[in-house]
Design a protein. Sequence first.
Length: 232
Amino acid sequence: MPVPPPSKHPTKPASRSAKKTAGAASAGWAHSVRIIGGQWRGRRVHFPSVTDLRPTPDRVRETLFNWLQGQIANIRALDLFAGSGALGLEALSRGASEVVFLERDRAAANALKDTLRTFQSQQGQVIIGDAYHYLKQSPKPFGLVFLDPPFGMGRVSELCTLLEQSGWLTLNALIYLEHAADSDQVELPVAWAVLRDTRAGAVRATLLRRVLPIASENSSLLMENISHEPEA
C-alpha cells in the first residue's frame, strides 16, 4: 500500500493546557470544577472519585462569593472539609492571604496538593486528617471558615460548637455552612448571626458572622427559624 503524502497541515503540538489536562487524567483525577473568579478564573481543578466528595455547585459558589465580595482580601481561611478544594481555592484566587485545607482522604488531598503546585501557589496548606481531631488541637484563629461536611454525616452542631468555643474564630469571623436542604435543624452558637441563607436544589447555604455574645436565655439559634432568600 502506497504511503500517503505528508499533510499540508502538520499536527500541532499539544497545548500546555491540554498537557495539564492529560496529566491530571493520567494521575487518576477523574473529575473537575472550574474557578469562577479572581486571578485563576476559568482554570480547572481536578480531583479523584472519592465517596462523599461533593463539590459545591457552581451556582451556589457564585452566590457565596457574591455575598463575600469585598471581604476576602488578606483574610486567613480554613476549608474544613476541603474535598476538591473548590471553596478554598476560590478564596485564594480572590485574594485570601492563606487557606488551610483539611481533608481526610489521601487521594483527594494529593490532588489538591497537585493543584496548588500547578497554580504555583504558596498560600495554601493541605493537611490530611479528621476535622474533629484537628479542632481539638491548639487553635490559630481564622477570619473565614468553610464548613461543608458530607451530607448525612451528622454532628454539624458539634463542629460549630468546637469552632466557637475552642478559639478557632477571630472576633468578627465569617462562617459558611452548607448542608442538605432536607437535613435536620442545625444548632448554632448564640454568637453567630445569620447574614444570608438560601436553597439551591438539594443544597442549603448559609453565611454567618461571629458577633459579640449577647445575654440570652437561649443557648442556640435553630436553623428552622431562619428566613430564606429565594432559591439560587
